[in-house]
Every structure is written in structure tokens, then in C-alpha cells.
Write a protein that binds this ligand. Structure first.
Ligand SMILES: Nc1ncnc2c1ncn2[C@@H]1O[C@H](COP(=O)(O)OP(=O)(O)O)[C@@H](O)[C@H]1O
Ligand SMILES: [Mg+2]
Length: 253
């Protein structure tokens, strides 16, 4: 058994608000993510998914517990973790190329080299010929492709995605899930993907960790998804899993 890429050890999070009001968001989350594993964190809105991902990203500190990446404690964000958010967070005044090459540029990578890196990931996400477009000229799906390319361009070992397709219409979303599968098969990374969508979770995950439907978010169940890829939503085994996970969770679909 190899060392896990990411370890979350007994993570709890309590936000202290103004007037010293406490919001207990996460309780005792412990999980290990293996190198190149595709882990999905599944749960309804407001159960602490984003908070957990932000702690793994180093954007929040846990109140208790710790996160280890390659055995070392995470204390701040780093280029070893690429982030993709639901809201695209693209620079409106920069082109696709400008957005994707931003990370390497900030890291001092010379122009020719960073262009090459950016082009590679623009091609990977299927945006070739759109290099000089601005975000407002792109559809939602295309914007999220830029987000994925931008995250890859920093050379992360781990990709953290927070409901990346939550804003897309149903058809585009299913298409982007297939694209995510293709991109991950081409450039394997350790992935932690947050969603509230059971179908999306089963389609993509090696393993699903579901969180409870109330605060503080605790781990409810863990499901190994050993269906062969590329998965079919209408496959009997897919539907069986879907029914089981739906029954076992109190998710509002
Ligand atoms: N910075 C914060 N201060 C206070 N409460 C917060 C903060 N961030 C998140 N929360 C609270 O934590 C709960 C879970 O939020 P979140 O992690 O975004 O859940 P999810 O991503 O599952 O919808 C919410 O009730 C939210 O209001
Ligand atoms: Mg969230």
C-alpha cells in the first residue's frame, strides 16, 4: 500500500462569528485519498463541503485536526493544489490564453515556456482556436474549461473542484462530466471533486464520501464505485448504485 496523497485527520471546523456566535460546520472528518484517485465528496447544500475543500486547499484552517499532503502538513495554498470553483473566477479583461498562462507568469516562467504550457492545457480542454477570446465571448461550459486549463497550468499534483458544473444547464453538465473523465484519463491527477449531484458522483468517482444532511457535517457513508469507465447513466449497475445512495442519504434531489 503506497502512502496516501492526502490525509485528513479528525478535521473539525467551528466559525466564530461577530458577537462570538459559533457555527459548527464540520465534525471529525477523517479520510485518505490515494495518488491519482478520483474522490467525490457528495452532500446537499450547506453541509460543509466547500469548507472542507477550502481547508484542504489551505484557504481555511481547521479548528481541530490537520491535512497532510505527501505526509506534510498543509498550512496555506500552494501550486501543488489546483482549484476550480463553481463561479468561474476568470479575469474578464484577459483572453483565454491570458487567463491560463497567469499562474506560470506569476511564478516567473518565461513567456515562451509559459505559452507552451498554457497551449498544452488549452488543447487538452478542447479550447484550441479560442485562445484570443475573452470570457464574455464564451459559454458557461467553455468558461469552466478555461478554469480547468488554468488549474492544470500551475502543475498541481492535486485538483480540487467545488461544484464546477453547478451553474451549467443539464445537457452541458453531462457533456462536461464526460469531458472531465476524458481530461482526467489523459492527465491523471489526484482529484477531490465536490458535488450535490448523485449521478455526477457515480459517473466520475473511484470512491464517494457522502456527508450528513445537517450541520455539523460528518461523514455519512463511503462508496467504492468499481463500475468500468466510461460509465453509462442507464446501465443497470449504475441505476442500482444510484438507488442505493439515494435511499441511504437524505438528499433532496
Ligand atoms: N466564513 C464563514 N463564517 C461563518 N460561517 C461560515 C463561513 N463559511 C461557511 N460558513 C457556514 O458553514 C456552513 C456550510 O457552508 P459550506 O461549507 O459552504 O457548505 P456547502 O458547500 O456544503 O454548501 C453554512 O451554514 C455557512 O453559512
Ligand atoms: Mg459549497
Amino acid at each position: 500500500m503506497s502512502i496516501p496523497k492526502i490525509v485528513c485527520q479528525n478535521i473539525s471546523k467551528i466559525f466564530i462569528q461577530k458577537g462570538s456566535q459559533r457555527v459548527h460546520v464540520l465534525q471529525d472528518i477523517s479520510l485518505e485519498v490515494q495518488d491519482n484517485e478520483f474522490l467525490v465528496i457528495l452532500g446537499p447544500g450547506q453541509c460543509g463541503k466547500s469548507t472542507l475543500l477550502r481547508i484542504i486547499a489551505g484557504l481555511e484552517t481547521p479548528s481541530e485536526g490537520s491535512v497532510l499532503l505527501d505526509g506534510k502538513p498543509v498550512t496555506k495554498p500552494g501550486p501543488d493544489r489546483g482549484l476550480v470553483f463553481q463561479s468561474y473566477m476568470l479575469f474578464a479583461w484577459r483572453t483565454v490564453m491570458g487567463n491560463v498562462e497567469m499562474g506560470p507568469k506569476l511564478n516567473g516562467v518565461p513567456k515562451t515556456e509559459r505559452r507552451k504550457i498554457a497551449q498544452r492545457y488549452i488543447d487538452l480542454v478542447g479550447l484550441q482556436k479560442f485562445e484570443n477570446h475573452y470570457p464574455h465571448q464564451l459559454s458557461g461550459g467553455m468558461k469552466q474549461r478555461v478554469g480547468i486549463a488554468r488549474a492544470y497550468a500551475n502543475g498541481p499534483q492535486v485538483m480540487l473542484l467545488d461544484e464546477p458544473f453547478g451553474q451549467l444547464d443539464a445537457q452541458t453538465r453531462i457533456f462536461m462530466e464526460k469531458e472531465t473523465e476524458r481530461i482526467w484519463q489523459t492527465e491523471k491527477r489526484t482529484v477531490i471533486f465536490v458535488t450535490n449531484n448523485i449521478d455526477e458522483a457515480i459517473f466520475l468517482a473511484d470512491r464517494i464520501v457522502s456527508l450528513e444532511n445537517k450541520l455539523p457535517g460528518r461523514m455519512a457513508s463511503v462508496y467504492d464505485i468499481d463500475l468500468p469507465r466510461l460509465r453509462e447513466h442507464t446501465d443497470m449497475k449504475f441505476l442500482h448504485l444510484r438507488q442505493m445512495i439515494t435511499d441511504e442519504s437524505t438528499l433532496i434531489l
